[in-house]
Design a protein around this ligand. Structure first.
Ligand code: PBG
Length: 336
C-alpha cells in the first residue's frame, strides 16, 4: 500500500475551525440585537397593517400598532427605531408644507412611542420626500429642473426643531443638501435642544435599491413616468473619495453619527468611512437589499435565515457600529 500522502505544514489554519467552540473563540465580528435600528412606516387612521408588495413582511402601521411594534422590538433588545410617515396624496404639495404642520402624523407618532416606550431611541428622517408631490427630498428651483439647496435647508431646519420638540432622540437628515447638518445643529441648540442628536445620512448614494421604499412612502413618481432622479444631490455610485468629503463635512458641522447608505453594495465605503472617522458609523441596509433576499427566499433560491444573518454580519465586519435593517425584529428574535 502506498504511504499516506502528508504535507509537511507548519501552518494549518483549519485548526481554528475544528468545532463550534474553537470557532466561537476566534470569532471577529459579533452581531447583536443592540446593534440594530428598525425602520418603521406609519400611516394615519386606525386601519389594519398595510402590506407593501415589494417588501414582504413589512407593513405600514397606524400609530396604535406602531407603538405595539416598538414595545415588541424593545422587548427583543432592539434599542432604536427610525420612523417614516406615509402621507395621503391629498396632503402633499410642491413644497412639502405638511412637513411643518404642528400636528403632523410623524410628530404624533413620535410622542406616542416616546410615551409608551421611553427607553426606545426614536429617530426621524429629515427630508421632504414623503411630503412633496414630485417626491424629491426638497423644493424645486424656479425652473423645476433641480432641488434648491438653501431654501430646502431652511425648511428642514424648522422640521428638525419640530421633531426635537416632539421628543425624538435623533434627527436624521437624509436629504443630502449642502450645509444642512450645521444649520440643523445651530437651530437645535438655539431652540434649547442641545441634547437632540444628529445621525447624518452622510454618504447616501443615488441608488436603484431605494425602489421598494419609495413604494412604501409613496414618493415614487406616477406609473409611466421616469424613475425619480436624485443625482444632483445623492452621491454617484462611481465615487469613493466624494463619500469621505461628505463625511468630513458632516462631522465638522456637528453630526453625532455618520451613515453610509445603501450598505451591502457599499461595504468598501463603510470600511473607508470607518477608517477615516472617529464617529460612530451607521449603515442602512435599504429596502432593495431586503427585497432581494426576500424574493430569492420566496422562490426557494436562498435560505432566508442564513442569508439575512450573513448580509448583516458582512456590514458589521465592514465597520458599521449599527445597522438600520428591515430584518431587525426577526434577527433580534433569532439572536436571543
Ligand atoms: C428619502 C429616503 C430614502 C430612503 C430613506 N430616506 C429614499 C430616497 O432617497 O429616495 C431609502 C430607504 C430604503 O430604501 O430602505 N429621504
Amino acid at each position: 500500500m502506498a504511504e499516506a500522502f502528508r504535507l509537511d505544514l507548519t501552518h494549518r489554519p483549519r485548526r481554528l475551525r475544528r468545532n463550534p467552540s474553537v470557532r466561537g473563540l476566534v470569532e471577529e465580528t459579533h452581531l447583536r440585537a443592540s446593534d440594530l435600528i428598525a425602520p418603521l412606516f406609519v400611516v394615519e387612521g386606525d386601519g389594519p397593517p398595510q402590506p407593501i408588495a415589494s417588501m414582504p413582511g413589512v407593513f405600514r402601521l397606524n400609530i396604535v400598532d406602531l407603538v405595539k411594534e416598538c414595545q415588541a422590538l424593545f422587548d427583543l433588545g432592539v434599542p432604536a427605531v427610525a420612523l417614516f410617515p406615509k402621507l395621503d396624496a391629498r396632503f402633499k404639495d410642491a413644497v412639502g408644507s405638511a412637513a411643518l404642520h404642528e400636528e403632523a402624523l410623524i410628530l404624533r407618532a413620535v410622542r406616542a412611542v416616546k410615551k409608551a416606550v421611553p427607553g426606545m431611541v426614536v429617530m426621524t428622517d429629515i427630508a421632504l420626500d414623503p411630503y412633496t408631490t414630485h417626491g424629491h427630498d426638497g423644493v424645486l428651483t424656479p425652473d423645476g429642473r433641480d432641488v434648491a439647496n438653501d431654501v430646502t435647508v431652511e425648511i428642514l431646519v424648522k422640521m428638525a426643531v419640530l421633531h426635537a420638540r416632539a421628543g425624538v432622540d435623533f434627527v436624521a437628515p437624509s436629504d443630502m443638501m449642502d450645509g444642512r447638518v450645521g444649520a440643523i445643529r445651530r437651530a437645535l441648540d438655539t431652540g434649547g435642544f442641545s441634547q437632540t442628536a444628529i445621525m447624518a445620512y452622510s454618504a447616501k448614494y443615488a441608488s436603484a435599491y431605494y425602489g421598494p421604499f419609495r413604494d412604501a412612502v409613496g414618493s415614487a413618481t406616477a406609473a409611466g413616468t421616469p424613475p425619480l432622479d436624485k443625482r444632483t444631490y445623492q452621491l454617484s455610485p462611481t465615487n469613493r473619495r466624494e463619500a469621505l468629503v461628505e463625511v468630513a463635512l458632516d462631522e465638522q458641522e456637528g453630526a453625532d453619527i455618520v451613515m453610509v447608505k445603501p450598505a451591502g453594495p457599499y461595504l468598501d465605503i463603510i470600511r473607508e468611512v470607518r477608517n477615516a472617522s472617529l464617529k460612530p458609523v451607521a449603515a442602512y441596509q435599504v429596502s432593495g437589499e431586503y427585497a432581494q433576499v426576500m424574493a430569492a427566499a420566496q422562490l426557494g433560491w436562498l435560505d432566508l435565515e442564513r442569508t439575512r444573518l450573513e448580509s448583516l454580519t458582512a456590514i458589521k465586519r465592514a465597520g458599521a457600529d449599527m445597522i438600520l435593517t428591515y430584518f431587525a425584529k426577526d434577527v433580534a428574535a433569532e439572536l436571543r
